[in-house]
Design a protein around this ligand. Sequence first.
Ligand code: ADP
Ligand code: MG
Length: 322
Amino acid sequence: MNNACFTYSQQLMGTTVSLQLLTENLQAVAAVFNTIEALEALLTVNREHSEVMNINHAAGKHPVTVSDLVFDLIMQAKQASLLPNSIFNLAIGPLVKLWKIGFSGHTVPDSQSISEKLALTDPRLIVLNKQNNSVYLPKTGMEIDLGAIAKGYIADIIKLVLVQYDIHHAIINCGGNVLTIGSSPLSPNKYWKVGLKKPFASATSLLGIIRVQDKSVVTSGIYERYFIQNNHLYHHIINPATGFPLDNELESITIISENSLTGDIFSTILYGLGIKKGREELNKRTSIGAIFVTKDKQIILQNDQHFQFQLLDKNYQLHKSV
Ligand code: ADP
Ligand code: MG
């Protein structure tokens, strides 16, 4: 068995993207990073121009025709936003821009600004026309934000790119989104190892190790992008019902799923549901595995037929949900 691994990294999508291959293939590597760059340029809302920004700039004015990929992602994002009890909301943009969490100038907005922006975040208002791939935001000031799911969608496309280069064993890590492709010839049991980060600790401190094959591992947490003001922590997942960061017993949630877009959507939705309702949801969605990490140092595994978990930090208690 050849234990060599080739790792390539680039700063993209506001994070470090790294790709591990088992054989050197510089053409495939270039195709992967070029694809990410091109997709980021279509989907980002952190630049003045992108296809999504074109839609946002035309809010209250006219529909905008976008590429198939962008239309498809927006359609899936709208569906996820309309699921019962979903805190995922693709129209959250005005609030994300108001809070600026994770960017310079972050601030706790006054309640009037929050109510004004809340009035611009109803996902049901977004008009999608499949005939001509157009998207229309009917109120001035409405903004689509795909920040919670763009990395997952892109990771899934990268898998297709790698397959085109006949690469069937690889791992791609886009910040909180890890997509493992095939099995890992590097370990005896053929599982890829993905670290579960310890909240609010150094980047290399791990709570445990997740082992998977051919699966996506996505984590949403309150410790990645946040600020503290008057002893209160404000993080970057906004509750669309209140306009404030959602506060519950969770520090992070990790979703293990077939594809990374599903992982991204459900990491946000399940974070919003919290443990009790989240477990009920997962009992219905048995194709998704989950790891809840709570503020009081409990780690709860659910639907763990999809992964293995090894606890490393003995300050945490491990539970298996039934
Ligand atoms: P990360 O980007 O760090 O992996 P997430 O996937 O959890 O984190 O996504 C957080 C981002 O999603 C925020 O920075 C913001 O752009 C967007 N967002 C915040 N609240 C919501 C929400 N309720 N629904 C959809 N997207 C959201
Ligand atoms: Mg996400």
